[in-house]
Design a protein around this ligand. Structure first.
Ligand code: TNX
Length: 524
């Protein structure tokens, strides 16, 4: 794989050298900007080029530190200069731009000037600027005006099935921020492993983070709270918000193996050692189970400053609740009745989610849940993450709730093959070519017709890691498909063009090589 990557980068460099002339008039940026007006001429970066940032102190420091770590280390100017300078200027508002993440990038032979109404906007202008610089350290003269199609541009990582070390999480944040992804959904708990330190419940990591693999060896790993703070801060420096996920009430066998009393029967168990859906789930008949969740939430909330908190909610078999006296007593006490739409047990699931919503609202957080949270009635303020097709997202928008689209069948599950399964590493199955990912439009026509499309806040790709045994395989599945996700999340529909994306991706491969990413090379 490495050799192939190397060969490809040599080929790409040759190709870029060959296209240098053409590059002056065409942008090779992913995601493609809203509009670009390029002219003849270029700005030349050199050792004397200075950096001038005019922005509030916090953003100024963030941007200066970021640029200092980029391939072009520019010295800060001591005073405002107009010649041979890259200027970042925060303004109150920009004409023709509605999103605070938008920016205008103007290149003249004398200077590069990026204007935006927020630190994030300046950061995205910087990303476009960095992708525009060619191997001769020049960039074409002209103006780029840009803003995102969606406010939520997400990717999910699953360190539960296979652990992702801190350094690799940071690497993905580094790379994805180049392509203007702004949300990292971190799936921290599941049947096969609990991955976040909770001080009040030490057995969650002592017991719940370890499982015995097929060969009889122990497999494990977890993030300390200090490591989590470090990653969240690292993400913030790249204008990425981290959304933690605490699965409830299913997908929690790892927690149950640490504290068996969380399940209905309370029988001793171990974290799950095979993939698939687990029947042993948390017991909403027991008040102590809610106390546990409350305590865990209390420790998690201060680590994640964003507005959203993901409470899972998917794939929770309800057979144990049917036979559990405590659950049945709860159903009775709460008046949760079976009707033609929902069973009493589905309503009990909804009761759990509503309690989670209230619990998190006390901490000022809004909940997101997988589309099963629609079953049994949606919590008042919940945002739905639509994974079993688009139906959940549509149903949610029709109820005037926000939704995020991440349907597996439409190419948003990047745990699938992206080439011939005879020569690709083993995967969970399914076949999702780059072009299929690229062709996905997160806003269904029905919602446009009904005027409910504003509820689609964005799109996300998921990297479920059952068959991502190590981070090399994870990167191989993520890239380049995440670049297509970046473009469907950022670029307006009418600017999308797969042929042109294929041309531009060669420039992106050079950036991926710069970060030593083990990306998949599309087969002939
Ligand atoms: C379904 S998507 C799951 C995950 C699996 C994934 C495998 C979702 C909410 N649940 O637990 O890892 O399929 O593709």
């Amino acid at each position: 794989m490495r050799k192939l990557t190397l060969l490809a980068s040599v080929a790409v460099s040759l190709l870029l050298a060959g296209c240098a002339k053409e590059q002056k008039e065409t942008l090779s940026v992913i995601p493609v900007p809203l509009s670009a007006d390029l002219q003849k001429g270029a700005f030349q970066l050199n050792d004397q080029t200075k950096l001038w940032i005019d922005a509030p102190q916090e953003d100024k420091t963030r941007l200066a530190d970021y640029i200092a770590g980029s391939p072009f280390q520019l010295d800060a100017a001591l005073e405002e200069v107009v010649d041979n300078v890259v200027i970042l200027q925060q303004v109150d508002r920009l004409p023709d731009i509605t999103s605070s993440e938008g920016y205008v990038l103007e290149v003249t032979p004398k200077q590069v000037k990026i204007r935006a109404a927020s630190g994030a906007g300046l950061f995205y202008g910087v990303q476009t600027f960095l992708q525009m610089v060619n191997e001769k350290k020049e960039l074409p003269v002209g103006t780029v005006t840009d803003e995102p199609r969606f406010a939520y541009r997400g990717m999910m990582l699953d360190p539960c099935r296979h652990f992702i070390p801190v350094e690799n999480v940071k690497k993905q944040l580094d790379v994805l921020s180049l392509f203007k992804i702004n949300t990292f959904h971190w799936h921290l708990t599941d049947d096969q492993g609990w991955r976040i330190e909770i001080k009040k419940y030490p057995k969650l990591t002592e017991i719940g983070s370890k499982r015995i693999d097929g060969e009889g060896t122990e497999y494990g790993g977890f993030y300390t709270q200090e490591e989590i703070k470090d990653i969240v801060a690292y993400a913030a420096e790249r204008f990425i918000t981290v959304i933690p996920e605490l699965e409830t009430p299913g997908h929690e066998l790892a927690a149950i193996s640490a504290y068996p009393e969380l399940s209905c029967k309370g029988q001793p168990t171990t974290p799950r050692i095979i993939w698939g859906v687990e029947d042993i789930v948390m017991c909403p008949g027991k008040e102590d189970m809610f106390k546990f969740l409350e305590d865990v939430v209390e420790e998690m909330v201060p680590l994640f400053p964003g507005t959203y908190f993901h409470i899972g909610g998917d794939e929770c078999p309800k057979s144990s609740w049917k036979n559990c006296p405590a659950c049945q007593a709860r159903i009775k006490a709460e008046g949760l009745k079976t009707d033609k739409n929902h069973t009493a047990e589905e309503r009990l699931q909804s009761y759990v989610i509503q309690r989670m919503e209230k619990m998190l609202a006390k901490h000022g957080k809004k909940i997101i849940g997988w589309d099963e949270i629609l079953e049994g009635g949606l919590s008042p303020e919940a945002t739905v993450m639509s994974w079993r097709g688009e139906a959940g997202g549509i149903a949610s928008a029709l109820q005037d709730h926000d939704a995020i689209m991440t349907p597996g069948g439409n190419g948003m599950y990047l745990d699938t093959f992206q080439g011939d399964s005879k020569i690709e590493p083993v995967s969970i199955g399914g076949y999702t070519l780059l072009e299929k990912v690229y062709s996905y439009n997160p806003v269904p026509d029905t919602l446009v017709t009904l005027g409910k499309d504003k509820h689609i806040k964005g799109v996300q790709a998921n990297h479920w890691s059952e068959y991502m045994y190590n981070t090399d395989i994870m990167e191989y599945r993520m890239y380049p498909r995440m670049l297509a996700v970046s473009e469907i999340a950022w670029t307006p529909l009418d600017k999308k063009d797969y042929k042109d994306f294929e041309r531009r991706i060669n420039n992106a491969y050079v950036r991926l090589d710069g970060h030593d990413v083990n990306y998949h090379i599309p087969q002939p």
